[in-house]
Design a protein around this ligand. Structure first.
Ligand code: FAD
Ligand code: DHB
Length: 385
């Protein structure tokens, strides 16, 4: 078997890369270890930067996003029993859109298959050769090898691509908390996202549709889901979102519950010979800044441009700059995600001094146009270089 670009992993990064390459006549094969239903229903991110929606729309997969995505012009920071709005669009001229990762994946899978794309589910890559480029995978009981010009490692944090890069330098932070994320069949209690910093811990109110809410609670990293029956989740959320003016949280049946560990991680460089890493395979951010999925999209947009330049003009200039170009954006998102996380979470190891500093920082962000503008600029995302 042979193709131009072998893509390891059929998450948002791998599927979008395959789609962008196809539009310029470049062939690829996507190898995804899980089945289609699993990748289409795995609950994850939901907040898209304008740059991300632009890429989806301009590449012709924005039709349902335009119909069902919820465009937002601001967000709310909530602390000390009061609300502080960050008017994202007034401060930056840009918007963000709530549209779940599950829906992006469904749209991309449907589009790749409609375009005759080669997307293989339950095809687990077991070995990558970055130098004489090829990938070896297990599919339908057989072991096969796919030869190619380039390999795109889009297989997430636990994939096989990153270990195939020798001499990587890695940078990492672990946090002493995790998120318990729930999906609930209840109308959102808010029009805009609420990021709440509370002494009991962080909480986030997001949404999926006019009838479905997405909520997150800071919990311990080793939290046992069994200790969180629905009533406890709702009462803890209500306590963390409480305001002095009696704001009410609507409750409803919880349809999905999971604990997500939090870490910051960067691997450098994002390339070894013919192997290019993209998305979670190369970097992880804690979810507070809503950057993980957006970074995956910007990485593959940059990679697609570089591969198109290589195939159309024969030039490797953009491929040679790929890692450095991505890493500038990655490190900005790493800093912002770390900053939002430490601003809003209750650190169990914090002493009184640290807690007072954190509150002063929140008051400053809530009260200063300059500080709000900085948050807004990072949240809506930087334009692609
Ligand atoms: P992934 O989505 O991880 O896709 C990688 C794919 O590769 C997977 O489908 C996997 O099955 C496949 N794969 C792995 N190994 C192999 C192999 N050997 N062979 C073939 N295929 C393989 N971000 C936010 O912004 N907000 C959030 O709330 C949020 N919540 C998250 C919750 C969880 C549990 C996780 C894990 C991540 C979350 N993220 C969140 C991050 C965001 O979802 C990711 O940044 C995004 O999924 C990255 O996309 P990706 O395509 O790079 O990787
Ligand atoms: C969502 C997740 C995030 O991590 C975030 O910062 C905002 C929204 C979401 O799942 O909707």
């Amino acid at each position: 078997m042979r193709t131009q670009v072998a893509i390891v992993g059929g998450g948002p990064a791998g599927l979008l890369l395959s789609h962008l390459l196809h539009r310029q006549g470049i062939a690829s094969v996507v190898l995804e270890s899980r089945d289609r239903a699993y990748v289409e229903h795995r609950q994850r991110a939901g907040m898209l930067e304008q740059g991300t929606t632009d890429v989806l729309r301009e590449s012709g997969v924005g039709e349902r996003l335009d119909r069902e995505g919820l465009v937002h012009h601001g967000l709310e920071l909530r602390f000390g029993g009061a609300s502080h709005r960050i008017p994202l669009t007034d401060l930056t001229g840009r918007t963000v859109t709530v549209y779940a990762q599950t829906e992006i994946v469904k749209d991309l899978v449907a589009r790749r298959l409609a375009d005759g794309g080669d997307v293989r589910f339950e095809a687990e890559v077991v070995e990558i050769d970055p130098i004489a480029p090829s990938v070896t995978f297990r599919h339908e009981g057989a072991v096969r090898t796919l030869e190619c010009d380039y390999v795109a490692g889009c297989d997430g944090f636990h994939g096989v691509s990153r270990p195939a890069v020798p001499g990587l330098r890695t940078f990492e932070r672990e946090y002493s908390f995790a998120w318990l994320g729930v999906l609930a069949d209840v109308a959102p209690s808010t029009d805009e996202l609420i990021y709440a910093g509370h002494e009991r811990g962080f909480a986030l109110h997001s949404l999926r549709s006019p009838k479905v809410s997405r909520l997150y609670l800071q919990v311990a990293p080793d939290e046992d889901l069994a200790a969180w029956p629905d009533e406890r989740i709702w009462s803890e959320l209500a306590a963390r979102f409480a305001t002095d003016d009696g704001w009410k949280l609507h409750e409803g049946p919880i349809t999905d519950k999971a604990v997500t560990p939090m870490r910051s991680f960067v691997a450098e460089p994002m390339r070894h010979d013919r192997l290019f890493l993209a998305g979670d395979a190369a970097h992880i951010v804690p979810p507070t800044g809503a950057k993980g999925l957006n970074l995956a999209v910007s990485d593959v947009t940059i990679l697609a441009r570089a591969l198109i330049e290589r195939y159309e003009l024969g030039s490797e200039t953009l491929l040679d700059g790929y890692s450095a170009t991505c890493l500038r954006r990655v490190w900005r998102a790493e800093h912002f995600s770390y900053w939002m996380t430490t601003l809003l979470h209750a650190d169990p190891a914090a002493d009184d001094f640290a807690r007072r500093l954190q509150r002063s920082h929140l008051d400053y962000v809530g009260g200063s146009v300059a500080a709000k503008t900085s948050l807004a600029e990072n949240y809506v995302g930087l334009p692609l270089e």
